[in-house]
Design a binder for this molecule. Structure first.
Ligand code: NI
Length: 152
């Protein structure tokens, strides 16, 4: 159990292409747990490993339907388009509208190394797309329109 300080925009780790995880070691399990602890501590709905300074392909998401941990996640299907407001724990106080696919199917590994396939729509689909963007060094502000800055 550990809560990390979330890395903020300007840190080069957020612009790196994160590396695939080749083997699920105890350190990877610990990474997933630290990511979830950090996401919940910051009241986020998703977190990618680079956001705690680790350039590896792992994400955690919880949009209120339970924790999902995914290793080497990939979007294998997209459908439709939807514009909605997003923020990011790495860009505090900033929100903007981002067009995303309305539905996606995501594939990845769970902590046991089993392949899982998750069809998602709405907020869950958006969270997956946002977090997988982080693994590719992409921040939502690069895609957003109508960016609003609030006090932090
Ligand atoms: Ni983010």
């Amino acid at each position: 159990m550990a809560v990390y300080k979330v890395v903020e925009i300007g840190d080069p780790v957020l612009k790196e292409i994160a590396k695939p995880i080749k083997e699920i070691t105890p350190n990877i399990i610990k990474l997933l747990e630290n990511m979830a602890d950090t996401m919940y501590a910051y009241n986020g709905v998703g977190l990618a490993a680079p956001q705690i300074g680790v350039s590896k392909r792992a994400i955690v998401v919880d949009v209120g339907e339970g924790l999902i941990e995914l290793i080497n996640p990939e979007i294998i299907e997209v459908f439709g388009e939807e514009k909605d407001i997003e923020g990011c724990l790495s860009i505090p106080g900033v929100q903007g509208e981002v067009v995303r696919a309305q539905k996606v199917t995501v594939k990845g590994l769970n902590r046991y190394g089993e392949e899982i396939v998750i069809p998602a729509e709405g907020l869950l689909a958006r969270a997956f797309q946002h977090e997988i963007d982080h693994l590719n060094g992409i921040l939502f502000v690069e895609k957003a329109e109508n960016i609003v800055r609030k006090g932090r």
